[in-house]
Every structure is written in structure tokens, then in C-alpha cells.
Design a protein around this ligand. Sequence first.
Ligand SMILES: CC(C)(COP(=O)(O)OP(=O)(O)OC[C@H]1O[C@@H](n2cnc3c(N)ncnc32)[C@H](O)[C@@H]1O)[C@@H](O)C(=O)NCCC(=O)NCCS
Ligand SMILES: Nc1ncnc2c1ncn2[C@@H]1O[C@H](COP(=O)(O)OP(=O)(O)OP(=O)(O)O)[C@@H](O)[C@H]1O
Length: 354
Amino acid sequence: MLMVGLTGGIGAGKSTVTTVLAENGAVIVDADRIAREIVEPGTPGLAMLVAEFGDDIVGPDGALDRAALAARAFVDADRTAALNAITHPLIGERTAELFESAPEDAIVVHDMPLLVEGGMTPAYHLVIVVDTPAEIRLRRLVEQRGMPEDDARARMSRQATDEARRAEADVLIDNSGDREPVRDIVRMLVELRLHPFEHNLRTATPVVGDRTVVPFRPEWAAEAARAAARLRHVLGEVATRVDHVGPTAVDGLDSPDILDLQVTVRDEAAVERALALLTDAGYVRDRTSERPLLHWCDPARPLEVSVLSEDDPEHEFALLMAEAIGADPGARVEYSEILRRANREETREWERTR
Ligand SMILES: CC(C)(COP(=O)(O)OP(=O)(O)OC[C@H]1O[C@@H](n2cnc3c(N)ncnc32)[C@H](O)[C@@H]1O)[C@@H](O)C(=O)NCCC(=O)NCCS
Ligand SMILES: Nc1ncnc2c1ncn2[C@@H]1O[C@H](COP(=O)(O)OP(=O)(O)OP(=O)(O)O)[C@@H](O)[C@H]1O
């Protein structure tokens, strides 16, 4: 099962994107829809909201008057926190049930407006952010959904910034223009990344990556940071540190587009524990390597994870090397050439044995 987190600011077009994802076979778990379910008449959720915000948030029909609650809940951060303290645990319980009930080979897309606000992104295999500038979102909410401008602005002020969401995005979908191009982008995303990613996870198929040296990519640092956050989420206190090492960690260095992440643990027993946790989470052991090395299985983001104990001198060396080469332009050029030569030799070797 591939677990995808999807988010975006209010009015960004999350529902628009999840509709296309569903048309392409994804299972959508919609947090807003669950948020409605848990405050239906007669639910503990509605009773708790009445106790907190007063009984005039309930209409004559006994149902929640959503606008009346919104008018009270988004006036300041404290009131929004009170709203979230009641609703989010109930939403979380129901969400877990829906995740559990999804088919084993499903691409589950969790449409969660407050994914970044809740610090939840490392728990997902991939995070999609629907990115639409605030002013366009505001205009669409007012003109197309008829939301009062002050309500829309109040809610926006209770949400993460667009920059904070972009930093958490593995995939950024620009929805500021027409819908049609977005439909095509989403369709390609499912076909070229989400489906193969789900297959690789379910069949423990590693993505080994191409060792061709490519020009330095500044986004390698952010990609590695997100990968490190996922590793910390899987390993918890078993990992004493997780570092971005290897050629892609060297600023300005042309290198193969394969991220190297190094997990440092306390001792040899912890190495075994970490390997078990990572394997359970979908990382695939490289049995051709004598050292504990695993590959990830995202077809668009090759990644290797090495696991070392603190007393292994190799772990210090990897950290120092990235720093030393990064500080010396001459060393960078020389190291890129070594990588190119290694790739040429590897390619020749592969052609000889083919
Ligand atoms: C206050 C409520 C009743 C207002 O209902 P209304 O129909 O006007 O809005 P709806 O539920 O469709 O939400 C529309 C959008 O508002 C934004 N929003 C909703 N709740 C919140 C919140 N607590 N904090 C920030 N933004 C929010 C999201 O972008 C959401 O997609 C409703 O938003 C609610 O119950 N919110 C609490 C649950 C929640 O946090 N949901 C957000 C995702 S988990
Ligand atoms: N590309 C687009 N061009 C024009 N209008 C759009 C586009 N995408 C979405 N909209 C409109 O903008 C509004 C918000 O879209 P949508 O409901 O999909 O956003 P959302 O992120 O799901 O909102 P919410 O945060 O409230 O759940 C809707 O009225 C929708 O029809």
C-alpha cells in the first residue's frame, strides 16, 4: 500500500486534484469529509463542540451550523486550537479505520488540509502539495464558493504559509492556471510514479539509480532532508543521528542523482534493529554489499541508506569528507572526474558481462 499525503492551502484545489487521482484508481481519504461525519447530529463530537462554543452553533434542524461555528472558531489561534483539540482526535480515529480498510495494493491519498501544520509529512511515502498563490485562492473562494472574504482570510491566517508547505512537498502541483494541464500532470504522476512506487513497495523491488554524473542539483539538500525525516520517523530513538552524506551532500559537486543517507546507531545490536525496522518500512537490503546498505523504492528519487554504529570509523569519515570536499573547489572538480571514470568503467564492465 502506498501512503500519499496531499495538502494545500484553503481553496488551492485539493478536491480538484483528488477527483483526478480517484479517476485514475487512487483511494481518497478526505479529512474534510471525515470532519463532517464526526459532528453529525447525535455524535459525541457535536456535543463537545456545543459544550465549548455554545448551543447556538446548532441550527433548528439539530445539525451543526457550520458558518456559526466557523465565525467563532477562526477569530483567533486560541479558538482554533479549541476546535482542533475536539475534532482532530475524532478525525484521527476514523482516518485510521479507513486506512486499515484500504486494499493491500491501494494507492491511498490522504487529502489533509492541515498535514504540514500537524507535522505529519514524514509519515507518508510521498507528499503532494497543491500550490496556488494565496491571492488566487482567496479570489476563487469568494467568487466561486461564495465564502465571505473575512472568513477566508481568517482561515488562511490559521494555516501554514505557502513556503512552509512547499518545503514539505515531494511533488508540487501548480494549480494557479487552468484545470486541464493539471489533469494531465496528475494522470502522468499516477502512471509514471505512484503506480510503480506502489508496486515496488509491495514486491520489495529496490530502485538502484543511474550512476551517470549529472550537474549539481540544489534541490538535493531539501530532498535529502525530507528523506532523513522519514528515516527518523521509522527509526525513532534507534537512530542517534541521520545525515546526508556522499557526493550529493557536497555543495556544487556534479554527481550521480542518487542520495546517500547515513543512519548512525549506538551499537551492533542497534544496527540489526534498524535494518529490521527499515526493511519493514519498505527499504530493500542490498545483498551484494558487505556493509548494511538499503535502497528505497521511489522510481523518481533513488536513495541509498547505510546503517553504521557510532564506533565504526567509517561514519565519521563520510561526514568529514562531504565537508572537506565541499570547502575545496579543486577537490570538487577532481572528485567529479573520479565519479565519471567510475561510471565509465562500471558501464564497460556491464557491457562486457551483458
Ligand atoms: C469549522 C468548520 C465547521 C467550518 O465548516 P465549513 O463547511 O465552512 O468548511 P470545511 O469544513 O468545508 O473546510 C473548508 C476548509 O477550511 C479550512 N479549515 C477547516 N478547518 C480548519 C482548521 N481547524 N484550521 C485551519 N483551516 C481549517 C481547510 O482548508 C478546509 O479544507 C469546519 O471547517 C471544521 O469542522 N473544522 C475543524 C476540523 C478540521 O480541522 N478540518 C480541517 C482538516 S482536518
Ligand atoms: N485550476 C482552477 N481554475 C479555476 N478554479 C479552480 C481551479 N481549481 C479549483 N478551482 C475552484 O477553486 C475553488 C477551490 O477549489 P477546491 O474546492 O478544489 O479547493 P480545496 O483545496 O479542496 O478547498 P478546501 O481547502 O476548502 O477543501 C473551487 O470553487 C474550485 O471550483
